[in-house]
Design a protein around this ligand. Structure first.
Ligand code: MG
Length: 248
C-alpha cells in the first residue's frame, strides 16, 4: 500500500530530508586520502545526533554502521571500518536519518583524485540519471517512467544499472511501497499521485550489472569488480512537480 502524505507530513519530511542532505554535503566534503571510512561514518553520526536525529541504518536488520560507505567495486551497503581512503578511490556515501517520526534517505558518490576518464564519466552519468529520472516524477505519470528514464540515460552512455537493489517509498518507515526500480519499460506501475514520497536511487556499474554480497553479509560488490556509483534523493511528488527533499 502506498501511503500518500498530507501537508504536515511533507513538512516533517522536508525537515528530515534537509538534515540528510546537509549531512551528506558536509561529509562528502570531508572525504579525503588518509581518512578511514570509520572516521567518515563517525563524523556523519555526530552531525546527525547533534541535530536531534538518529542514524536510520544503524541496527537496521542488524546493519553495524552509522551510514553505508561503499568504495570502488562496492555498490551499496558497505560497512565503515579501518579502510583508509586513497587517491583514485570512488567513495559512495549513503545516509539515512530519522527525525521526529520521519525518515530521509540520500546518497552521493565522491571522486578522490580519480584520473580514469571512463570512471569519471560513469559517475557523472549516474548522477545525471537520477535527475533525468526525477523529471518524470510528475502527477499522472507512471512509476516506471522514472525507472525507464534512469535506465535509458545510463545505458545510452554505455554503462549498466544494478537490478538486484531498487529505490523505495519512504516516510514513517524507511522502506515503504512502492519499490522503485532503475530499469523497466515506461508507462507501467502505479500512477504517480500528489503526496507520494519516494527514495529514488540509481546504482550504476561501469561494467556488468551483476552483483554479489560479500561474506560480511552486507557489502554488495559488482561481480566483475569494476567501479560502481550511487546517487539518491528523497522526493515528494506535488501538484506543481517534484520536490527534492534532500537538497541540502
Ligand atoms: Mg534508499
Amino acid at each position: 500500500m502506498i501511503v500518500l502524505k498530507q501537508v504536515p507530513e511533507i513538512n516533517a519530511m522536508r525537515a528530515s530530508g534537509h538534515l540528510a542532505g546537509t549531512v551528506r554535503d558536509k561529509v562528502a566534503a570531508a572525504v579525503a586520502p588518509g581518512v578511514t571510512t570509520a572516521e567518515i561514518a563517525d563524523y556523519a553520526g555526530d552531525l546527525i545526533e547533534a541535530a536531534g536525529a538518529t542514524c536510520a541504518f544503524l541496527g537496521y536488520r542488524g546493519f553495524p554502521g552509522k551510514i553505508c560507505i561503499s568504495v570502488n567495486e562496492e555498490v551499496v551497503h558497505g560497512i565503515p571500518g579501518p579502510r583508509v581512503i586513497a587517491m583514485g578511490d570512488v567513495v559512495s556515501l549513503d545516509f539515512g536519518v530519522y527525525l521526529d517520526g520521519f525518515y530521509g534517505d540520500t546518497a552521493t558518490t565522491v571522486l578522490v583524485g580519480v584520473t580514469d576518464t571512463d570512471v569519471i564519466r560513469m559517475v557523472r552519468v549516474a548522477e545525471k540519471s537520477l535527475y533525468v529520472g526525477l523529471e518524470k516524477a510528475v502527477v499522472g505519470g507512471r512509476l516506471s517512467d522514472v525507472s525507464h528514464a534512469i535506465q535509458r540515460t545510463v545505458e545510452m552512455a554505455g554503462f549498466t544499472v544494478v537490478r538486484d537493489f531498487v529505490g523505495h517509498g519512504i516516510g514513517r518507515a524507511l522502506h515503504e511501497d512502492p519499490q522503485v526500480p532503475n530499469y523497466g519499460r515506461a508507462g507501467r506501475g502505479p500512477v504517480l499521485k500528489e503526496g507520494m514520497t519516494l527514495a529514488v536511487e540509481p546504482m550504476v556499474n561501469q561494467g556488468k550489472a551483476a552483483t554479489r554480497v560479500l561474506s560480511d553479509g552486507w557489502t554488495v560488490v559488482a561481480r566483475d569488480r569494476k567501479v560502481s556509483a550511487h546517487f539518491e534523493h528523497t522526493i515528494a511528488i506535488g501538484a506543481d512537480g517534484v520536490e527534492i527533499l534532500t537538497k541540502g
